[in-house]
Design a protein around this ligand. Structure first.
Ligand code: NAD
Ligand code: MG
Length: 396
């Protein structure tokens, strides 16, 4: 890459876990990458600190009420970047000429519009925000095709599969692919019975054995909904039918996923559990750059174990498979219900095991409808959230 201009990177959700890992990789390679846009929901302190270090051209705060405060604080800190605010400003930034690469690292359905905008604008899209592809898989792929950009998955499992496939999004049959195998750590509650899960707290659920992540995805990892969302994500990213996507529990989190071919070959991607590997791969692809990740030492890492997931105890994974098989907008309904349930669990008003009950009730109440456009999806997302809140109220 000698002599080429640095990639201009917008980091949507810069103050989060993925945002921080991305900025770490970018800072290691100033000749290759520049963080030109940084965004946050409402953490002004954290956003200002990132702007002081990385000197972007634009800082966006999603909560408009905080724009004046952000402007003032940046001025005091001697940072001269542009400031914008509001949900629409995220979408405008994602499509703007300030960036050629967009890291979609907002959590939840809140990331949908900006992810779609980046795709439509033909950016290199580094997708961490799995909820947007779960909700709008087909629409996102269409937007990508129209925009002429490229999507490189950042979710570690999908990044692993991307690396094990022959180039991007190949025709699986023509490439001799039999199965995609997503690994799952099993989360903090692996091996526990339903009775043992009845009283677990949000802090226990967020104490992931292998990964440090935001609280929503940490709870999803504990329920195995995260793996369910990832099955749906893999279906869209790689064009794999539901019966060719399997989940394998692997507590050490060193094998990040596998691809099985018809000749019996199984290719896997391994590495220490550190999101900077997937992020660096996606930023530099098809080249490779140092990610700051320590070397994998298999001689001392201990035995690698694998087991089948427990779909009876961790019902969210079964519900996600069910939603993908049901088709239409069922995955979007599943995602919306899950977001409401996880929020209630984190707030202390719903038990861990009831997260699956809320999701199941919403899927039962709202039969799937064909996905027509984004407006329709947003409306269905709203209906599913309303239905989920009704279930929560009836449970309290
Ligand atoms: P996080 O909670 O640490 O960070 C979320 C970021 O999004 C923050 O910058 C926050 O300010 C911003 N944000 C939240 N709500 C917003 C809203 N309504 N509008 C605008 N901005 C908003 O989350 P994370 O762990 O970094 O995860 C981000 C995404 O990446 C999620 O979709 C998650 O599933 C996915 N992901 C994360 C990891 C990981 O290791 N953390 C791994 C794979 C995939
Ligand atoms: Mg993952």
């Amino acid at each position: 890459m000698t002599g080429a201009a640095p990639r201009k990177v917008a980091i949507l959700g810069a103050t989060g876990s993925i945002g921080g890992s991305t900025l770490d990789v970018i800072a290691r390679h100033p000749e290759r990458f520049r963080a030109t846009v940084l965004t946050a929901q409402r953490n002004v302190d954290a956003l200002v600190a990132l702007c002081v270090t990385h000197r972007p051209e634009l800082a966006v705060i999603a909560d408009s009420a905080l724009e004046a405060q952000l402007t003032q604080r940046l001025r005091t800190a001697g940072v001269t970047c542009e400031v914008a605010s509001g949900h629409d400003a995220l979408t405008v930034a994602a499509a703007s000429s300030l960036c050629d690469t967009v890291v979609a690292a907002i959590v939840g359905a809140a990331g949908l519009d900006s992810t779609l905008a980046a795709a439509r604008a033909g950016k290199r899209l580094l997708l961490a925000n799995k909820e947007s592809i779960v909700m709008a898989g087909q629409l996102l792929l269409q937007a990508l095709a129209e925009g002429g950009g490229e999507l490189i998955p950042v979710d570690s499992e999908h990044n692993a599969i991307f690396q094990c496939l022959p180039g991007g999004r190949p025709d699986l049959d023509a490439s001799g692919v039999r199965r995609l195998i997503l690994t799952a750590s099993g989360g903090p509650f692996r091996g526990r019975s339903r009775a043992e899960l009845a009283g677990v707290t949000p802090d226990e659920a967020c104490k992931h054995p292998k990964w440090v992540m935001g609280r929503k995805i940490s709870v999803d990892s504990a329920t195995l909904m995260n793996k369910g969302l990832e099955v749906i994500e893999a279906h869209h990213l790689f064009g794999a039918p539901v019966d060719r996507i399997e989940v394998l529990v692997h507590p050490q989190s060193l094998v990040h996923s596998l691809v099985e071919y018809v000749d019996g070959s199984v290719l896997a991607q391994l590495g220490n559990p550190d999101m900077r590997t997937a992020i660096a791969h996606a930023l530099a692809w098809p080249e490779r750059v140092d990610a700051g990740v320590s070397m994998l030492d298999l001689a001392t890492s201990g035995a690698l174990a694998f087991e089948a997931p427990d779909l009876t105890t961790f019902r969210c994974l079964a519900l996600a498979y069910q939603a993908l098989s049901a088709g239409g907008d069922a995955p979007a309904l599943l995602n919306a219900a899950n977001e409401v349930a996880v929020e209630a669990f984190l707030a202390g008003s719903l038990s861990f095991l009831s997260i699956a009950d809320v999701v199941e009730s919403v899927l039962t109440e709202l039969p799937p409808a064909p996905v027509v456009d984004v407006q329709m999806l947003v409306e269905r997302d709203r209906l599913a959230r309303e239905a989920a809140r009704r279930v929560l109220c009836s449970a309290c």
